[in-house]
Design a protein around this ligand. Structure first.
Ligand code: 5RP
Length: 223
């Protein structure tokens, strides 16, 4: 069966060859990229800054060059995937955070020199409702949920499968998901971020990416 994630990883590989400090996102696509990098014998001479404990653990199997962001080293390139790419005329927005790593992913996207997001064509949407994750300080959870409800949104707390209680992010926060219409997502992002206790949302507007690479069995395109 055609492996789209592998094709995407192989597509971006040449862009990583001459880079020393690489930022990596979180999720299955990034895991595939790590595998492809390792098979190409490229991981051992790179310095990696990751967006999650999950990616840290994976990369640490192959190299000890996983760097703390506290060093202030800026990734020359950041590679990640996304849950949805809203591509409707003027609006080109990524929605991320399905894996719960949205805060660190947004921080690395903002501060990295070059930012490339890769994903399957099935993740491209035009206009319909989309599920947006919001990371919230636990202390503020009930207040923020009430505020979101009074704004007409219907948040669902993200809970661990088969266990009681919420999923706790790498930053010690909790997550809710809200289903929203895909118009004016960047304005909605600003509105949600203005609520005290909201740490971050999964809405990534244009200033947070440089290139989006989309693939399916028919081929790969850059946007
Ligand atoms: C994690 C993310 C991921 O990029 C997103 O969920 C896509 O993951 P996958 O590569 O598993 O499809 O935003 O917070």
């Amino acid at each position: 069966m055609y492996d789209t994630k592998k094709a995407l990883a192989e597509y971006v590989l040449p862009m990583l060859r001459d880079k020393k400090i690489i930022g990596l996102g979180t999720g299955k696509t990034v895991r595939k990229l790590v595998e492809v990098l390792q098979n190409a014998n490229l991981l051992h001479n790179k310095i990696i800054i990751t967006s999650s404990v999950d990616t840290d653990l994976l990369v640490s199997r192959y190299t000890q060059n996983v760097l703390s962001p506290l060093t202030g080293a800026i990734p020359e390139i950041y590679i990640d995937s996304f849950d949805f790419f809203l591509n409707s005329g003027d609006e080109k927005i990524l929605v991320k955070g399905g894996g719960g790593a949205l805060l660190r992913e947004k921080i690395l996207s903002f501060f990295s020199t070059e930012r490339i997001f890769i994903g399957e064509k099935s993740k491209v949407i035009s206009k319909r409702d989309v599920l947006v994750p919001i990371e919230i300080a636990p202390f503020a959870l009930s207040f923020v949920v009430s505020k979101l409800r009074s704004s007409g949104l219907n948040p669902t707390l993200r809970e661990s499968n088969g266990k009681m209680g919420p999923i706790v992010t790498d930053n010690g926060n909790v997550l809710v998901d809200v289903s929203v219409e895909t118009s004016n997502l960047c304005a909605l992002e600003r509105e949600i971020k203005s609520i005290p206790g909201v740490i971050e949302t999964g809405i990534f507007c244009e200033k947070l990416y440089d290139m989006i690479v989309i693939a399916d069995e028919g081929g790969t395109i850059e946007i």
